[in-house]
Design a protein around this ligand. Structure first.
Ligand code: ADP
Ligand code: MG
Length: 289
């Protein structure tokens, strides 16, 4: 049998900024009833900025930020880049760090000036049996990402980092809803941050605090509910989930790993371009009837 996709011109797809690596995946896109978006870098800009600092009495805000920046200096994570950039903007002297260790979905640890400095999210606090500093509770309520800084295992302070929702994301979610498609979001970020973003965008369902290695299990969970899932992501984190989804869509420049695992690659980082893929697939199918 002639595959349905023969009617979808690769050139037409390319004009829409859609690079088709797997034509069967593009054909399946017309049956998708659930789109699962990665949050960071996909629905949000993925370049957070430091908005607040709080420190315990032994430390000044600047000293805390300098120690955190030292520990984060070897990390490629967007949150780490934001911490280092903030320290640089304040012209702080950032000490050298050694014994750097990163733990996905937790944070980083390094030795700085003879002290063990750890920077991370809720999972780091849980690991050490700490509660968040009371000063961070309003940040969390506002949907800001909170990183605590531990020095020699004790909480020395915390940082608030805000990532901007892309202005196009709301429109993308509305357009998917208009097509009868459910929109789900997945993130390694805290539940509170995920819920704030989901509420603002009108997203139907959220998976938060998901470790990178568990993202593909969430795809399987949706598929067990007989859903046909398109996963949209950009990060190294997302590669197994992109491969597991019925349609894997890598967005923007993405990472090489994400691109390798996706059936469809979007040139633009505009989340609305997912609609172009669905429209191409549906138009191609109609033509064959
Ligand atoms: P996402 O799914 O949003 O891309 P990640 O899995 O990369 O998230 O990270 C999840 C969480 O792990 C972050 O929100 C943060 O709490 C923590 N984390 C990961 N890397 C770092 C780091 N370098 N510094 C501080 N926290 C980190
Ligand atoms: Mg990500």
């Amino acid at each position: 049998a002639i595959p349905l996709v023969v009617s979808i011109s690769t050139e037409r797809a390319a004009l829409a900024g859609v690079l088709v690596k797997d034509r069967a995946a593009l054909e399946r896109t017309r049956t998708v009833d659930t789109v699962l978006f990665d949050k960071t870098g996909t629905l949000t800009r993925g370049t957070p900025v430091l908005t607040d600092v709080t420190s315990t009495h032994d430390h000044s805000d600047d000293h805390l930020l300098a120690m955190a920046a030292a520990a984060e200096s070897d990390s490629e994570h967007p949150l780490a880049r934001a911490v280092v950039t903030a320290a640089r903007r304040r012209h702080l002297r950032v000490p050298a760090a050694s014994d750097f260790r990163a733990s996905a979905a937790v944070g980083v640890t390094a030795t700085v000036e003879g002290h063990t400095v750890a920077v991370g999210g809720p999972a780091l606090l849980t690991e050490h049996g700490h509660q968040p500093l009371p000063a961070t509770l309003p940040w969390t309520e506002a949907g800001t990402t909170v990183l605590h800084v531990l020095i020699d295992g004790r909480i020395a302070g915390a940082l608030a980092l805000a990532d901007e929702i892309r202005p196009e994301s709301r429109e993308a979610v509305d357009a998917l809803h208009a097509l009868g498609i459910q929109v789900v979001m997945i993130t390694g970020d805290a539940q509170s941050v995920a819920e704030a973003v989901a509420a603002e965008l009108g997203i139907d369902q959220v998976f938060a605090q998901v470790r990178p290695e568990h993202k593909s299990e969430k795809v399987v969970r949706l598929q067990r509910q007989n859903r046909i899932v398109a996963m949209v992501g950009d990060g190294v984190n997302d590669a197994p989930a992109l491969a597991q989804a019925d349609v894997g869509i890598a967005i923007g420049a993405g990472t090489d790993v994400a691109i390798a695992s996706a059936g469809v690659i979007l040139a633009s980082d505009d989340p609305r371009s997912v609609l172009s893929v669905i429209q191409l697939s549906r138009a191609g199918y109609r033509k064959m009837k």
